[in-house]
Design a protein around this ligand. Structure first.
Ligand SMILES: [Zn+2]
Length: 347
């Protein structure tokens, strides 16, 4: 992992020089302002000079305060924000709502997390609604849109406002909002997969209901979880059910587009890898302080979640296309399903 650590060190030095440059700009503006004051002193009545100078100095101080944010270290942060001891620098100070929103415009150790889950919201809203087959699968289209959008909304708000100066209670509520977004994605996002898998089964409704019950149980456990691993294991029950359905699809014993299988494997496989990296703090565990701003475990996990949701979208679109053409037979269900995939090579 040495090259990763070295690369990140260079990024940190660029960030530090950017910050010092930012301060130099502020100092330059201060000097420029002083020069103006000197010119004004020649023209203005000497009795008023002191008052004007004090006002201008106050304005300069306020300007410097509003444009320069001194980032803090891990040891300076309150306990609830010390969740990763291997990320040492780049922490935003506690601030109000306006301060949190302003942090969108300078570089800190949550910038990558905010952007990697903020940009997908805009991209998905601009593209996915126009790709969905609303006429044929209205309910499933809504499920997919909600499942695609939910993880980014919760995550974006959590990372942007985690340094809100309202104490640990508000922080843990934001964390639950983040978890709720992931749950929505896992639950609503997989409804099409479950429906396509049991498309020709008489127990299709029971299958979907069973998946919903497991998801609700996972949500209940997730909201009570107190550690990163506990939070991830809450999604175990719906995941195990999906694995069983994937195995049935692998052996062509269930419905669904065979062309979507690569994306079906990726959507859960990539999520598991991302979750493990995040919980184990790789790679910052091996080089503490070197990947504070970029390429740390949470950054990597965020990117892998984007890949997982992309795969979910691809698998969902293919399954919907398959369902729109599939024909089910009462006598022998598995043979016609396999033959449908073969007779429609465009699927
Ligand atoms: Zn996150």
């Amino acid at each position: 992992m040495a090259p990763l650590c070295l690369l990140s060190k260079n990024l940190v030095s660029v960030q530090v020089s950017a910050r010092s440059g930012h301060k130099q700009v502020s100092r330059f503006l201060g000097i420029f302002s002083k020069m103006n004051e000197t010119k004004e002193e020649l023209a203005v009545d000497p009795d008023e000079t002191n008052n004007v100078e004090m006002d201008d100095n106050n304005k300069n101080d306020e300007f410097r305060k509003s444009t320069t944010v001194d980032l803090l270290q891990w040891k300076d942060m309150p306990k609830h924000l010390q969740f990763n001891p291997y990320v040492i620098t780049g922490y935003r100070p506690l601030s109000n709502v306006r301060g949190c929103v302003n942090s969108l415009f300078y570089y800190h150790n949550e910038t990558v997390n905010i952007l990697t889950h903020g940009i997908p919201v805009i991209y998905i809203l601009a593209t996915v609604p126009y790709l969905m087959p609303w006429t044929d699968f209205r309910f499933l289209s809504w499920c997919h849109l909600i499942g695609s959008l939910a993880p980014w909304c919760g995550s974006f708000l959590y990372h942007l406002f985690m340094n809100l100066d309202h104490g640990s209670v508000v922080y843990y509520r934001l964390l639950k909002l983040d978890m709720f977004g992931i749950w929505m994605s896992q639950s609503f996002g997989a409804v099409t997969f479950v429906t396509a898998t049991g498309f020709c089964w008489r127990i299709k409704s029971v299958l979907i209901l069973a998946y919903c019950v497991l998801c609700l149980y996972g949500l209940y456990k997730a909201l009570l979880a107190s550690s990163p691993w506990q939070r991830r294991l809450c999604f175990l029950f719906p995941f195990v059910m999906r694995v069983h359905l994937v195995v049935l699809r692998m052996f062509k014993l269930a419905g669904g587009n065979t062309e979507s299988m690569v994306h079906v494997y990726l959507q859960d496989g990539v999520s598991i890898i991302g979750g493990a990296i995040g919980a184990e703090h790789w790679p910052e565990k091996w080089c503490p302080g070197s990947v504070d701003f970029c390429l740390n475990s949470h950054n990597i996990m965020h990117v892998l979640v984007v890949v997982a949701v992309y795969s979910m979208h691809q698998a969902t679109m293919r399954d919907m296309e398959w369902m729109s053409k599939a024909q089910c037979y009462a006598t022998n269900e598995s043979v016609p399903l396999a033959s449908i995939n073969q007779s429609h090579p465009e699927l």
